[in-house]
Design a protein around this ligand. Structure first.
Ligand SMILES: [Zn+2]
Length: 387
């Protein structure tokens, strides 16, 4: 079989609409078939409903010290975005960039990894190359925990994980932790002329949002200068508010989908703990004083652990050899890196494209970035031959 170029592979991967709300199984089946054609077996780790799957595969000797190339197969929605070309067709607009949903975040890296599989097979690898592709990263890293667990339990201990999120091929060894929480306010319906008879879930949700704003201001005072991310402090965001049925009814329910991000080394549970305490000690008693049926619950939706530089020195050293870079970086966004690191494997983030293009209309990856990623994987392959 003729080995596809990274760009040809990217063209195939972009054509699958793997928006997180959809199944990713067609794409996973495509990758499985491609790997089988290359002579590589793969393992699927499906979700409970069987509608999505992670995939991992190992190429080379059954030995310790391999390198994991990791990526997520899902992409964010294109709904309502002003795209100038079909987001599901890789488009070369002759400006040095390749356009399409997921080109930068992060099918570009997955395409480069897959395009090199025939080269891995042809090389005299002394240590294996592992591929690890997940689902549902974009909605809170939901697939990766089971993938990391199965991979670590199935293959001899790898030496490092490279998570190929877009870093312009810079080596990132620190990232924030992030938590996603749903707050459900349950009030008691009443006619809006009779406010003494009910409790508005929306008004109490408003109190909570106000409290989150105050907490955010307090935490911003603890800005850190030892880490080069902007802004260098904890951030909080209420992303979705849902509630109410009519302008003249006290709302029975209001749901807030909110989250926070904390710097590596900071306590990643502080915001949740303080929110729980505020609700239990102040807000819920105030609501219940109005009506005993009122309630507030916090449900954790997702948690992405931080990545700390000092735990990943070995991976950073290797990745810098393959990029030719001379320094590492920290990023404020979350990736699956902390999940792999949680299994004790040194992990860094390094992939083609600029995070500034991620999630945008007219998302693109520069061809020069794909070339740099190809060069990175080629160097890594030579390294794996000379262990
Ligand atoms: Zn991503």
């Amino acid at each position: 079989m003729r080995a596809p170029s990274s760009m040809e592979m990217l063209q195939r991967l972009v054509a699958f609409d793997t928006t997180s709300r959809n199944s990713n199984l067609e794409l996973i089946q495509y990758i499985r078939d491609y790997l089988a054609d290359c002579g590589a077996q793969s393992t699927l780790v499906p979700n409970a409903e069987g509608t999505k799957a992670n995939l991992f595969a190992s190429i080379g000797p059954d030995a310790e010290g391999g390198i994991v190339l990791s990526g997520h197969t899902d992409v964010v929605p294109v709904d309502g975005q002003p795209w100038q070309s079909d987001p599901w067709t890789l488009t070369d607009r002759s400006d040095g960039n390749l356009y399409g949903r997921g080109t930068c975040d992060m099918k570009g890296f997955i395409a480069a990894a897959l395009a090199h599989v025939p080269a891995f097979q042809g090389a005299q690898l002394k240590v294996p190359m592992h591929l690890a592709f997940s689902y549902d990263e974009e909605i809170g890293c939901l697939g990766a925990p089971a993938l990391a667990e199965r991979l670590v339990g199935s293959v001899p201990r790898p030496r490092a994980v490279i998570v190929g999120e877009p870093t312009m091929m810079g080596v990132v060894n620190a990232q924030n932790a992030g938590g996603g929480i749903v707050a459900i306010f349950t009030g008691v319906e009443a006619h809006s002329s009779m406010t003494h008879l009910g409790v508005s879930a929306i008004h109490f949700a408003g109190d909570f949002i106000h409290w989150l704003n105050q907490l955010q201001e307090e935490l911003a005072q603890r800005k850190r200068s030892d880490i080069d991310t902007v802004p260098g402090h904890t951030t909080i965001n209420v992303g979705i508010v849902n509630g109410g049925t009519a302008g003249n009814i006290l709302a029975r329910e209001c749901t807030l989908n909110w989250g926070y991000r904390t710097l590596p080394g900071d306590d990643p549970w502080e915001v949740q703990r303080r929110a729980e305490a505020y609700i239990a000690e102040l807000l819920l008693p105030k609501m219940r004083a109005r009506h005993p049926d009122a309630n507030i619950t916090l449900r954790r939706r997702s948690f992405v652990p931080a990545l700390l530089p000092q735990e990943n020195e070995e991976a950073a050293e290797l990745a810098l050899q393959w990029t030719g870079g001379n320094r590492t970086y920290a990023v404020p966004y979350g990736t699956e890196a902390g999940i792999f690191r949680g299994h004790g494997i040194p992990t860094v983030i390094c992939g083609p494209g600029d995070i500034a293009q991620a999630h945008q209309p007219n998302e693109f990856v520069a061809k020069s970035q794909m070339d740099a990623c190809d060069a990175f994987i080629a160097k890594l392959t030579r390294w794996a031959e000379t262990r």
